[in-house]
Design a protein around this ligand. Sequence first.
Ligand code: SF4
Length: 664
Amino acid sequence: MEIYLAKSAGYCYGVQNAINMVEKSIRDSKINIYTLGHIIHNRQVIEKLESQGVYSIDKIEDINDGTIIIRSHGVQPNIYEKVSEKNLVLVDATCPYVKNIQKKVERYYQDNYQIIIIGDEEHPEVIGVNGWCNNSAIILNDIEQVKKIPNYKKICIVAQTTIVLEKFLEIVSRIVSKAKEIIIFNTICDATKNRQDEAANLAKKVDVMIVIGGYHSSNTQKLVSISKEYCKNVFHVETYRDLPIVELIKYNKIGITAGASTPNWIIKEVISKMENEFNKEEIMPMDFEKSIEESMVKIKPGDIVFGEVISISEEDIIVNIGYKSDGKIIKSEFTMDKDSDLKDLIQIGDKIELEVLSLNDGEGYVALSKKRVDDKKATKRLNEIFENQEIISGKIKKSIKGGFIVDIGIKDVFMPISHYHIRFIKDPESVVGQSVKGIIIEYNPERNKIIFSQKIVLEREISEKKEKIFNSIEVGDKISGKVKSIVKFGAFIDLGGIDGMIHVSDLSWQRVNHPEDVLSIGDTIEAMVMEVDKEKERIKLSLKHLVENPWEKVFKLYSIGDKVNVKIVKTTSFGAFAEIIKGVEGLIHKSQISFENIDNVEEHLSIGQEVETEIIDMDKEKKKIGLSMISFQDKPIKKIELNETVYKEDDDLTLGDVFGKLFK
Ligand code: SF4
């Protein structure tokens, strides 16, 4: 034998919720407990509650103290006032779906819409809803009634939760011509329809159907008649005692469903009875608990839903989540920024991803959170970033003790001051607002600890650049860089990740007093690589080696005896230095300036003056070149004084000796 239980058999969500609240009150309350009307239409349940001290009253005036429980149908607002006036303890078990209708009616009534409720005017739910528009609603239960209503400027239509959809649509279609502006809310609860559809489907598959519920329960009777349409053998039972065991034993497949007021324990008792009566081995009931659970919820706490914003106030945002009740996000579940205005953060019509916190926030809304969704996404993303050591960008939001708060888009993280940069930072405030890029070096979601470092990324970048430079350059290469700093002994050149150094002696073939005479900070220059030491991370550069050594050149161009035009560049007490070619100076000793005795060189030569000279000495080793101007001058003839004896007959002198003396 196989037993199948309809998923939606028994209590709907609203009834189950009300029963749970009654049971909680029984556990928690030490005062009398009353329900305003029967909590459900089930004799066994009412008797059980009475045995636990829970009694039903017809009106608030009947009691003066105790706890009063509002049943799932809901009530008019004046009931709450009466409860308050009498100082009663209120337990509001109004079904969230019904609460949702009440809220809509209240809101649109305040906006001057004519409220129309499609439903039964005698039904307690409809009576309750009408109270939320000051009992001004037009209640229609028949298409014929539509003809009698006048035209209105604005109409808002809602439905009793348990009416048939086709009826609702038919009446609505007739109302649309009654106003220019009509807002229609299909507030029909799916619970009843689902239960009936499932009963029909189950009845088609089984040999016999058992429908559990009060004999006077209209929704149970409806299930019986639907089942009979598809199955020849249908039994309506109130409890396990009514089971026709002898009949049932004839069948192989048994289907079970139950009315909306049938408690789970009665359904369980029926199944237990069948298990005991029949061979257990042959029974394959569906997962009962699971079936009950599935029938009660369509969304549950923790589920992620999408909501469309339908209203925004200072404290909360109302969204349509396609559920029977609208969802509400209170400000603290939307943003961390207490001072922000929700209207600046979101607009009506926006769609947002949300997490369900509870199906009823106490006011009939589904309690939702955007922050939880954001947090979960952030946690997942942060985990990825941390695991993959991903480089992310951020902005320094503020400076705090020991570091900074950095906004990385998904969350604020902490960057210790020592992880800001490879350089020491004197004034932390000065970098607030700056963009940074870094990695997460420590992530502990439980302790909400996220440590960010820019320094590590900078160090890696520099290391990579160094590696690249060292692998790509060789001695003799020409390389360009930017003058980064200048010191007395040379200049440091930024090669794009590593600094090269040019010693002052390598700046020029000529003598350089200070590197600043040749270079300025920020200059982009080209230099020759002279030495590469990967180990010590040292690169030695030279500027002067980019041009030919002028001493080499001058020795190639000239020899002793050559005539050369030179320019005086410096005068001294012993002569003058003259530039032969750029970078090479020769000395004109004062004895080589003129045949005359010269005391002051400057009286004969001035700086910048160009003169013709003869190379009289060249020393490659010592880099010295001697020049002479007197080669181009006539040697003066020595005047012989008459009384001077230059030659005597008895002198043992030659003519050469005599003339030589004279021309000295
Ligand atoms: S509105 Fe739906 S869920 Fe709520 S009590 Fe009515 S039938 Fe049950």
